[in-house]
Every structure is written in C-alpha cells, then in structure tokens.
Design a protein around this ligand. Structure first.
Ligand SMILES: *Cc1c(COP(=O)(O)O)cnc(C)c1O
Length: 365
C-alpha cells in the first residue's frame, strides 16, 4: 500500500472497519436496478434508525460533504418570504451564516459562547423576540465539542411557530435522536460521521411537507433539494447525477455494522465510555479540559495545550506512531482535539494515552 494505516482520532472522516472498506471493491452502475436497490434499502434503514415514520418523514442523499447538504437545505428551504435565525455557538453555526450570505437569504445570527451549550432561556429569548420564520442550530457543535439540547431547542421553536433546521452532522448515529419526538423540519448528517462510513454524501432527513415547501426556491441546480428528493422518490432510489456508488456500498455495510453493534444506543454507550476514558487519561497526564464534562458531547474531547508544549511536534511524533490527532485550531483558544468517533475502542484510547505519556517524558529530557 502507498500509505500506512493510522488510527484517526478525528471527527470525520474517521477510522472505518476493514469490512466497510472492502464493501467498496465492486463497481456497480449508477442507473442499474441492483444499485438503486442499495439506495432504496439505505433510505429505509435510515428512517428506521431515526425512529421516523414513512408517512411523516423522508430522507434524501446528496453527493458531496456535509456542508453541501447544509447549503442545499438553507438554499432550498428558506424562501424569499422567509427569514432565518441562526443560533451559533461555534464554527458550524458561522458557516451557516456564510452560506446564507452567499445565497442572499434574509437572516440574522445570534452568537453564543463556543465552549458552552446553548442556554434554553437565552434561546427562548432570541426565538420569541425574532420575526424569523425558520430557526437553525447545530446539535453537537464540533468546534469545541459542546452538545446542545436538541429536544429543548426544537420544543421552544415549535412553541413560537418557527420551522427548524438542525445540523446533527457529528451527532446523528452516535447519540439517541428520536425524530418523531424532536420533529425538526430538516435534520442533516453525513456518510462519514457516526454511522462510520466513508466520505461522499450528505444525508438530509425532512418532514414530507417541508420537502414539498422547497419546490422552486433553489438558486442552485446541483443543490436543489426539492429536485434531488423528488427524483429519488419518483425513481425509488435514483440519484439525479452520478452517484458515489462505492461510498453507498460502504455506507450500506456500515449501517449493518451499526445494527450488529446493538444499534445507536450501543454505539452511543461506546462513544460516551471512550470519551470519559480519554478525558480521564489526558487529565491524569496534566492536560486541562476546555469544556465542562456536563456539556461535553461524546464525539470529541477538547484539551488546552499546556504551557511549553509544542503541539505541532507532538502531532508529528504521534502520527509517526500511527495516531492521528485533530490538528484544526480553535478560533480563540490554544487547544487541540481528540475525536472519539469511528471504529475506535477502549484499547485504542489506552494506547493513545500511553503514546502521549511517552512523548511527554521524551520531551522533558
Ligand atoms: C463535519 C461537520 C459538518 C460538515 O463538514 P464537511 O467538512 O462539509 O463534511 C457540518 N457541521 C458539523 C457540526 C460537523 O461536525
């Protein structure tokens, strides 16, 4: 192999199983019935794991990374008569505002601390005072790894008659979400996060009436959510344009592996336990957590870079040993992140902590 395999402690793309990778070793035709049945079955499995009824909800797949899916929803659902309120507590909320600006949407953004979960009283204040018709927010803000109360925020939005767009990119599949209870108009995730597939498409859950409401709004052809959905519905699994066939095969396998693990509750338990484990081990080694453990999502652990530590050097040394940390910088803090999602198990975190320990001892000399 041209590249050596490493363990990815990054919040997507992430470490996948060999069997997920192997599922890609076949070429299927994008317009062939055998392949369309894969898409059909994937969509059915997706509704099932979201505990969503076919009558009320539908799900559509869209080529591209998660951002393409978020852009597709914003660009197609927020019509000329709508106003969007973005509740932002991190980079992904900011990205929504960037999309809204470029798509020429009528919107306002409220900013909150990126190291805290959104406070429900503050959310209620913002939502009740706004003349927006649609509210958007991020469930697990992967920037610092804080978890927002999806049910609490959606309940508030509904009470004030606002439609809801939720970016659950890095949480869906790794935390229990009951779509029938939360009832967002749209909820977005992607192939390469907690369902543990490889990158290549976004997943957009939506209420059927919300998909219908998108008709004719999009100013983009490729990102027209209504068109993508309608075509997939009418053809029972067809993509409008070339589909990431290999990625779909890997994803189908990943869904089966999620079920074999015991479904989302079992996976959520593994992530929570591993997050606790690595947070504990790193604290023992003298690192400080940036986020209060009560508000920390199980997907990622954010640690402050201690005085005198050369993070870039530690990153390279750990990489040479096969451990890839998440090097992306946080806007305001000198911090780094360890992703907990993917095909990673307790022993992997124990091994990582041991490698960090050895690095620190070496660096002291
Ligand atoms: C990963 C992620 C995205 C999408 O990022 P892409 O790089 O486009 O896949 C969006 N929102 C959140 C919260 C994420 O974690």
């Amino acid at each position: 192999m041209k590249y050596s395999q490493k363990l990815l402690f990054t919040p997507g793309p992430l470490s996948t199983t060999m069997s997920v990778k192997e599922a890609m070793l076949v070429d299927l035709g994008t317009r062939d019935i055998e392949y369309q049945n894969v898409t059909k079955s994937v969509r059915e499995k997706l509704l099932k794991i979201a505990l969503a009824s076919k009558e009320e909800f539908s799900v559509v797949l869209l080529q591209g990374s998660g951002t393409y899916a978020v852009e597709s929803v914003l660009n197609s659902f927020v019509s000329a008569n709508d106003k969007l309120l973005i509740l932002a507590n991190g980079a992904y909320g900011d990205r929504m505002a960037q999309i809204a600006t470029m798509s020429g949407l009528n919107f306002e953004k409220k900013d909150y601390s990126m190291i805290r979960s959104l406070d429900l009283a503050e959310v209620e204040k913002a939502v009740s005072e706004s003349d927006a018709t649609i509210v958007s927010f991020v469930h697990d803000e992967t920037t610092a790894g804080v978890l927002n109360d999806i049910k609490g925020i959606c309940d508030i939005c509904r009470r004030y008659n606002k439609k809801i767009i939720c970016d659950a990119m890095s949480s869906f599949g790794g935390i229990e979400i009951n779509l029938e209870e939360v009832k967002p108009d749209f909820l977005v995730t992607s192939s390469n996060k907690c369902i543990q597939g490889v990158p290549g498409f976004g997943i957009i859950y939506g209420r059927r009436e919300a998909f219908e409401a998108c008709k004719g709004n999009s100013k983009s052809l490729a990102l027209d959510l209504y068109d993508q959905w309608k075509y997939m519905e009418d053809t029972d699994g067809g993509f409008r344009f070339t589909s990431p066939t290999h990625v779909l095969l890997a994803f189908d396998q990943a869904l089966d592996e999620l079920e074999a693990e015991g479904g989302i509750p079992a996976r959520a338990k593994r992530y929570r336990e591993n997050q606790k484990l690595i947070a504990e081990k790193m604290t023992e080694l003298g690192f400080e957590l940036l986020v209060d453990p009560d508000e920390q999502a199980p997907m990622i652990t954010t640690l402050l870079v201690p005085e005198g530590l050369d993070f870039a050097d530690m990153y390279e040394k750990l990489k040479a040993k096969g451990f890839l940390l998440y090097s992306g910088k946080l806007p305001k803090y000198n911090a780094f992140r360890i992703g907990n999602i993917g095909d990673l198990h307790a022993q992997d975190f124990i091994d990582l902590a041991q490698a960090v320990k050895e690095y620190l001892e070496e660096a002291k000399k």
